[in-house]
Design a binder for this molecule. Structure first.
Ligand SMILES: [Zn+2]
Length: 686
């Protein structure tokens, strides 16, 4: 609902009966937004409860308050929970500047920062405000504090493996290609298929059934819904993307209460939504300079110990070629201003600084992080002497598995000029290699750790409808899952979760090619739908079982096999399709040198690619990219506590089940599924 509609509806709700009966209007101030979000406030119904927290988990209260006339102003506000006023410094910021369009200049934003509630159950909270003529308004919302039950032993380490955009089709495709089928049965199962428990996850965000990666991640690690593009915050009415009401992350909660460390490993640019959605609080996932600064400056809150991926462009001073640092996407809190000053004082957050010339790479190293710029340097780091680790293997997103493997195979034969060479990063590690090193460093942490591992380009290449590139990235991701599974099996105290933030592209395994690759190339040369579609696409039993041969490095010898697997897209933009592997990826607009040769010669979009075959597949969505879908995604779990992750879950449920296994202790299946379960003894807040 738009703030304006909420405002109108709520003001009607507040009108005294005399007004409704036609008496002269008695004006009063109004509350147009109340945070945390609730159905009680928005639609005057007590359920479903939207915001949920752990006992003691911190979050902000906020209200947007509007006087009833331009001549008046809001002079005071106070918050209460269950009728009891809160003894926390309140900030009241006016909207003379820096508020969203449509918010009157004499509106005010009232905030209470970093509060928490320990008593489980549904709580009602309220704001009462008065304007300059003495008239007042009160509005209420609700939230729930989830109980921690007394369980068995407690999980020490948590590893969340997030295949960005990895729906059931992407998983199945990896299984068909890497595992192979014999008479209808899989020959070599995927690691993720061997996990004992699998469920389905509902992925909607606070403001859409179709999420992007920011709220898709933060649902898992904050227990709450965020708007699209928002990370670890609730929406607000100011234009500053770093001042939104915050929600304490799993990493922050476990670091504060248990001393656990945080590791983030991704094949994306490290500023990207999935890694940032574990440690950074902002309503703008694109605010790169501020995001990477917050990683370092707020490591005392998150316990950040390992950070690996691409994204070097944010760590170089603005004058350095390739740098993307800019004051436009940075932040600086004014400590003298209560509105942001209380974020610093109450949360203990760093105030930030507009510092495009900062050498963040040097600052990380000064803070004790060992730095690896390529695979060779990463291999050379001995975990035994390493407390903190930073790896930045590309300017922005790393190259995908297909191109990294192609580069390695080329090098072995003395061939250069492959995609990784064009990017200038010929020696990038695979995701499993990064994860091995991260686990070795984090295992030395005395209190345990939370590790997020992202297979990022499953999503990015599904957007590009580049089948073989997301396919090999899913295989790379599963090879990583196997390494984590071996770690967890050896230790016995590590909970491993494999899931996705959302599906991407509406990928569908539509069948198999009816022709050899040589014949396919002839048909593409001849061109036209009658050749490239009708003579190629084999459906039902024509698809058979595509047979890919896996090389010693774990990846297909070639993806251009005879009678290959064919993939269609249900959430697609226009594209040309020739069913063959694309020699080069599409241009990546996040790369700093993308407009220069050799990257400028890469195809700009999926219509510019494969045009020779003249088989145009028109899409249902506008623009150049396939899009995320609202379809549920699978989640598989391994290790102690895994049994809790079954059924059809909301993404925010995952957070509370992880917390239960970590803080309350593992609850065995009988305890989970027996009638009357969850009525057992509740543990008091530790
Ligand atoms: Zn995406």
């Amino acid at each position: 609902m738009s703030p304006r509609r909420a405002f109108r509806r709520y003001s009607l709700f507040l009108l005294p009966a005399a007004v409704l009966a036609g008496a002269p209007a008695l004006a009063a101030p109004t509350v147009s937004r109340l945070t945390p979000p609730s159905e009680l406030f928005a639609n005057n119904r007590p359920a479903p409860v939207i915001a949920r927290f752990l006992p003691g988990q911190r979050f902000d209260l906020q209200a947007t308050l509007r006087p009833d006339a331009d001549s008046k102003s809001i002079v005071s506000a106070r918050f209460a929970i269950d009728g009891k006023p809160l003894d926390v410094p309140l900030s009241l910021r006016d909207c003379a500047s820096g508020c969203l369009a449509g918010i009157p200049k004499n509106a005010a934003i009232a905030s209470l920062r970093a509060i928490s509630v320990s008593q489980p159950g549904v709580h009602t909270f309220s704001v009462t405000a008065s304007q300059s003529d003495g008239q007042t308004v009160t509005a209420s919302g609700n939230f729930e504090v989830m109980p921690l039950l007394a369980g068995g032993r407690k999980v020490r380490n948590i590893v969340i493996l997030l295949g960005d955009g990895m729906g059931a089709a992407q998983r199945t495709a990896a299984r068909i290609v890497a595992g192979g089928y014999a008479q209808g049965k899989v020959i070599t199962p995927l690691a993720m298929d061997s996990f004992p428990v699998t469920g389905l996850v509902k992925t909607a965000s606070l403001n859409s059934v179709v999420t992007d990666s920011s709220p898709g991640m933060t649902g898992y690690v904050s227990g709450n819904k965020n708007n699209n593009n928002e990370e670890g915050v609730f929406p607000d009415d100011t234009s500053d993307p770093f001042d939104n009401p915050r929600i304490e992350y799993l990493s922050e909660y476990l670091h504060r209460t248990q001393g656990k460390a945080l590791g983030l490993v991704t094949t994306a640019d490290v500023f990207d939504a999935t890694p940032a959605g574990n440690a950074v609080h902002t309503s703008n996932r694109g605010a790169g300079t501020g995001i990477v600064d917050q990683y370092l400056d707020d490591r005392g809150l998150t316990g950040l110990t390992v950070l690996m991926g691409g994204g070097r462009k944010w760590f170089l001073p603005a004058a350095t070629p390739g740098s993307a640092r800019s004051e436009r996407n940075d932040y600086a809190f004014a400590p003298d201003t209560p509105h942001t000053g209380e974020i610093v004082r109450r949360w203990g957050a760093a105030p930030g600084q507009l510092d495009k010339d900062r050498n963040l790479l040097a600052d990380f190293q000064a803070a004790g992080f060992r730095y690896a710029a390529d695979k060779t340097a990463l291999d050379a780091i001995d975990p035994a002497g390493t407390d903190r680790l930073l790896g930045l293997f590309a300017y922005s997103n790393m190259n995908v598995a297909l191109d990294k493997i192609d580069g390695r195979r080329g090098k072995a034969q003395g061939i250069n000029g492959r995609v990784v060479d064009d990017y200038g990063f010929p020696d990038q590690p695979m995701l499993d290699e990064m994860t091995d090193k991260a686990l070795a460093v984090l295992e030395r942490q005395k209190k345990g750790f939370v590790l997020l591992v992202e297979g990022a380009s499953i999503d990015k290449q599904a957007h590009n409808m580049d089948t073989e590139r997301w396919l090999l990235d899913t295989i790379e991701f599963d090879r990583t899952i196997r390494r984590v599974q071996e770690f967890a099996r050896r230790r016995g105290d590590t909970l491993v979760i494999v899931t996705a933030d959302h599906e991407c592209s509406g990928a569908a395994l539509i069948g198999g090619s009816r022709v050899s690759d040589a014949r396919l190339q002839e048909l593409v040369r001849e061109g036209g739908t009658a050749n490239v579609r009708d003579k190629v696409v084999g459906i039902y039993e024509q698809a058979g079982f595509p047979k890919y041969r896996i090389a010693g490095d774990g990846y297909p010898e070639t993806t251009d096999i005879d009678y290959r697997l064919l993939v269609g897209y249900g959430a697609n933009a226009d594209r040309h399709e020739d069913w063959r592997s694309n020699e080069r990826p599409l241009q990546d607009g996040q790369q700093p040198f993308v407009k220069q040769e050799p990257l400028a010669a890469y195809p700009a979009n999926a219509v510019a690619r494969d045009a020779a075959g003249q088989f145009l597949v028109t899409g249902q969505v506008p623009g150049e990219s396939a899009v995320h879908t609202a379809t549920d995604v699978p989640l598989s779990a391994f290790g102690p506590g895994a049994w809790a992750f079954t059924g059809v879950m909301d993404n925010t449920d995952v957070f509370f089940r992880v917390a239960q296994a970590t803080l309350g202790g593992v609850i065995l299946p009988e305890g989970l599924f027996a009638p009357g379960s969850h009525s057992g003894k509740r543990t008091p807040r530790q």
